[in-house]
Design a binder for this molecule. Structure first.
Ligand SMILES: *Cc1c(COP(=O)(O)O)cnc(C)c1O
Length: 385
């Protein structure tokens, strides 16, 4: 089976991890700040806080922005469940903004309309989490202008998007947001096994997330509420978690960062090749906005079902049966039983519904060969015609 995505591990990566195995530090040690610096430098952000997943980074980002009971967070329904769960962990409510069918990203027009409505109802969100689907940035400039006008905070869920660019700047620079979050799960652009990072230009948000990732404990006497009892003394000043990244993971991350540009270039080359090979078929790749350079985490096509005699499900099943490990990113979150119980209605999200009825993710990862790619396209060709 050709998978839809997979990690790329080189000998250097293995050597880097093995070296840390013999060092004094297995959990958070000197590799973690080095990895953080590497990402902050790459993205042009002031601060980076490494944690053990993007899920925990999203949770800390919400906490640092004081999301709590009585607040509402908005995100897109076409994302992984973690983009919404982070708000629920904080006791806040969640709501969804419909997507732009062409890109799969949060639709700026639907968003503006929903905000105008929410303002009248006195129900504006505290935080909005745009998700850069497949590695293509949302229209952050417009979204940021709306955040100023209506007074909410922005967390970019860039789990797919490290190595991508928006308006000539690296995703992660936080030019148009308070915090940007990356994932290093093995299917993503670079991996640390499990891992995540929150970037920000705000010193206070960075300090808060750093404290919360390790139990809400501080060790700097200058920041303490009480006089230290002795050299052993530390203070827990709020309720935090153990969300730390280990040095083993960070060493892998540092090593993977050396090949980030290579990974993204290879993904972009393969994506352009798909564009060419698929041109004659009744399928539509996601549209690429001229302001964006996608990291190409996923290659999603939408089936033009009116032009074929097979159903979406039949195409998907046939591809799997022929050894093509396609996937569907994503089931709209409001369709999940857990979210259904909160009373969301499909009718509110016509674009997300249509996307869900048509979308399929084709295999795309750096080690995918042209032969494998040809097999994907040939199989798809046979299935749809
Ligand atoms: C993978 C992913 C996450 C969660 O990442 P983890 O590192 O596995 O916690 C969150 N949001 C999106 C959009 C993702 O694709």
């Amino acid at each position: 089976m050709i998978p839809y995505g997979r990690q790329d591990i080189a000998v250097e990566d293995i050597t880097a991890v093995v070296e840390v195995m013999g060092s004094d530090w297995l959990t958070q040690g000197p590799m973690v700040p080095e990895f953080e610096k590497s990402l902050a430098r790459h993205c042009g952000a002031r601060y980076a806080v490494a944690v053990h997943s993007a899920t925990s980074a999203l949770h800390l980002a919400c906490l640092a922005l004081d999301v709590g009971p009585g607040d509402v967070v908005w995100t897109t329904p076409i994302t992984f469940v973690a983009s919404a769960n982070c708000a629920l962990y904080c006791g806040a409510g969640i709501d969804f903004v419909d997507i732009d069918l062409q890109t799969g990203n949060l639709c700026p027009d639907a968003f503006a309309a929903k905000l105008a409505h929410a303002e009248k109802a006195g129900a504006l969100p505290k935080v909005v989490i745009p998700v850069h689907l497949c590695g293509q940035s949302c229209e952050m400039k417009v979204i940021h202008e709306l955040s100023r006008r209506y007074g909410f905070h922005l967390i970019e869920d860039a789990s797919h998007a490290i190595g991508g660019r928006y308006r000539h700047m690296p995703i992660g620079c936080c030019r148009y947001s308070d915090i940007t979050v990356f994932s290093f799960h093995p299917v993503k652009i670079i991996t640390t096994g499990e891992g995540g990072m929150a970037l920000t230009n705000d010193a206070e948000l960075a300090a808060r997330m750093t404290r919360l990732r390790s139990h809400g404990i501080i060790r700097d006497p200058a920041e303490m509420e009480k006089e230290p009892d002795g050299p052993w003394y530390y203070e827990q000043v709020e309720l935090g978690y153990n969300y730390r990244m280990s040095d083993l993971q960070a060493a892998l991350g540092i090593s993977q960062m050396d090949r980030l540009c290579q990974f993204v270039e290879r993904r972009q080359t393969l994506a352009r090749r798909y564009d060419r090979l698929l041109a004659g078929l009744p399928v539509q790749p996601l549209w690429q906005h001229p302001d964006c350079q996608s990291s190409r985490h996923l290659y999603v096509i939408r089936l033009r079902l009116d032009d074929m005699e097979v159903t979406h499900r039949e195409v998907f099943t046939a591809l799997r049966e022929h050894g093509i490990g396609v996937q569907l990113h994503y089931i709209p979150l409001y369709r999940q039983p857990y979210f259904q119980r909160m009373g969301f209605a499909r009718e509110q999200y016509p674009q997300a519904e249509q996307y869900y009825a048509e979308a399929i993710s084709l295999p795309l990862f750096p080690a995918l060969t042209e032969d494998e790619q040809d097999k994907v396209v040939d199989t798809l060709h046979r299935v749809v015609s």
